[in-house]
Design a protein around this ligand. Structure first.
Ligand code: BGC
Length: 486
């Protein structure tokens, strides 16, 4: 046998040995969030959240001046929605509980039974249809009562969140086996809209982000320990947090750029992952905020320290890592920003940009950069001892102009699923699930109804909120039935 022929044979047997398929226990899903789909903002005794208030009093902050009062009307159309989930052939459905639907005052003083009934019906119907519910406790709809207190910057929220979490475990934990405490703390903490809703543009940025981060970490840890001590033994589920994880890629191989990228990662998400997966805030975050605070004449760091007891309590509070991934950015070393005004962005440093050649969709911040997800997954494996990962959100938006012909979405999913598969098969990353954002078009926060992330189209001008499958539904059905990328 000639050497060339032999090599071809080796290559062929090797390439057929690797099956380009998701593992049998890999779970596909779709995701939504309460305020974005439910509507029924004051139905049957629901209390007010900061997003209700923002939508009513300050819709000027929203691109199309809309609100989520009705949204997809999933509060009434939940049965149809379960059928849509079922039609996709997915294993899981991730949705969030609206805190004020079950505890209208925000405090665990009074349970609103119709709100509980709503989630019970939804959960039962999902299970009846062979779909596993994955429940997020907090997807940004803070009870309004905490807003004048400074929202998540005030530690008073921590015990109230813990009480709410306990209630949710008590009420639904016999059937819900995967819990996510808090969705995307960075988005909550780094924008006053997410923190307190409508009150002010004069939020003390450069200070509030760190106060919030500490409280979110503590709230997450409280909920984790409540589950661990009081419920895990009987309910046998798992619980963690979901972070939005932007991938920062060094703009060049220059060590300064490599350093800038790592610094950006630590400020973006290390501030949450390091205390949970390792111990304390990342050193670079501690040092930079301390140094910049000093230069700005603060008597102490703007980053409030975690006490030893707090660090120990937060450490290890994960059964997996939930990641929402949409964005890759290049990072480049830059001159130290001036010390004129406290700023999180200045603390994080570096210069960040996108490659103009990256293909984009209707949302200008989302570009097609699948290798960014793969690099991120590898980074998590290396830095946090290869934890179980569930991709709890990934997707792209259209603006409705192509109506149901969402070929760009199909391309996006194909590429990102392929990157996920490469990470699993070639890099040995422990990814166990992938959830598409989103089941259907919905209220995209301050972009209102101008951006559509759904596999299903929703007609928001029709009082029925008619849902129609886009082309990507077919793609997803083929994905879930074959576990291979169509
Ligand atoms: C959020 C979703 C949002 C999506 C698209 C994520 O940050 O969790 O609520 O709709 O991104 O912007």
């Amino acid at each position: 046998m000639s050497e060339k022929f032999f090599l071809i044979l080796v290559f062929l047997s090797f390439s057929t040995a690797i099956e380009w398929k998701f593992p049998a226990d890999f779970k596909f899903g779709v995701a939504t969030a309460a305020y974005q789909i439910e509507g029924g903002w004051n139905a049957d005794g629901k209390g007010t959240s900061i997003w209700d208030t923002l939508g009513h009093n300050r819709s000027i902050l929203v691109k199309d001046r809309s609100n989520g009062d009705i949204a997809c009307d999933s509060y009434h159309k939940w049965e149809e929605d379960v059928q849509m989930v079922k039609n996709l052939g997915v294993d899981t459905y991730r949705f969030s509980v609206a805190w004020t639907r079950i505890l209208p005052e925000g405090y665990a003083t009074r349970v609103n039974q119709p709100g509980v009934d709503y989630y019970n019906k939804l959960i039962n119907k999902l299970i009846e249809n062979g779909i596993e519910p994955v429940v997020t406790l907090y997807h940004w709809d803070l009870p309004q009562v905490f807003s004048p207190l400074g929202g998540w910057t005030n530690p008073v929220v921590v015990p109230h969140f813990a009480n709410y979490a306990r209630k949710a475990f008590e009420l639904f934990g016999d059937r819900v086996k995967t819990w996510i405490t808090i969705n995307e703390p960075r988005l909550i903490c780094n924008e006053y809209k997410g923190l307190v809703g409508d009150i002010t543009e004069d939020f003390p940025l450069g200070v509030s982000e760190y106060l919030c981060a500490k409280n979110v970490l503590k709230a997450h840890a409280e909920a984790y320990h409540i589950y661990d001590k009081e419920f895990r033994k009987t309910q046998k589920g798992k619980i963690s947090i979901t972070l939005d994880m932007t991938w920062s890629e060094p703009a060049t191989n220059n060590p300064e750029d490599v350093k800038a990228a790592e610094q950006n990662r630590q400020f973006d998400f290390g501030i949450y992952t390091n205390p949970i997966f390792n111990y304390d805030y990342p050193k670079i975050v501690i040092d930079r905020v301390a140094n910049r605070s000093q230069m700005e004449n603060f008597p102490q760091s703007r980053l409030p320290q975690l006490t030893t007891a707090e660090k120990l309590k937060i450490r290890g509070t994960y059964d997996f890592l939930g990641i929402n991934h949409y964005i890759t950015l290049y990072s480049k070393a830059a001159n130290e920003p001036p010390f004129s005004k406290p700023s999180f962005k200045a603390d994080a440093g570096g210069e960040r940009f996108r490659d103009e050649n990256w293909k984009g969709g209707a949302a200008n911040w989302i570009k097609l950069v699948p290798w960014g997800l793969r690099n991120l997954l590898k980074w998590i494996k290396v830095n946090y001892r290869n934890p179980e990962i569930i991709i709890t959100e990934n997707g792209t938006a259209d603006d409705g102009s192509d109506f149901l012909e969402d070929d760009e979405r199909i391309e996006y999913y194909r590429e990102y699923l392929n990157a996920t598969l490469q990470a699993i098969i070639q890099d040995g990353v422990n990814v166990k699930g992938y959830m598409a954002w989103s089941l259907m078009d919905n209220y995209e926060w301050t972009n209102g109804y101008t951006l559509r992330f759904g596999l299903y189209h929703v007609n928001f001008t029709d009082s029925n909120r008619t849902r129609t499958p886009k082309k990507s539904v077919k793609f997803f059905k083929s994905l879930t039935s074959t576990k291979t990328i169509p």
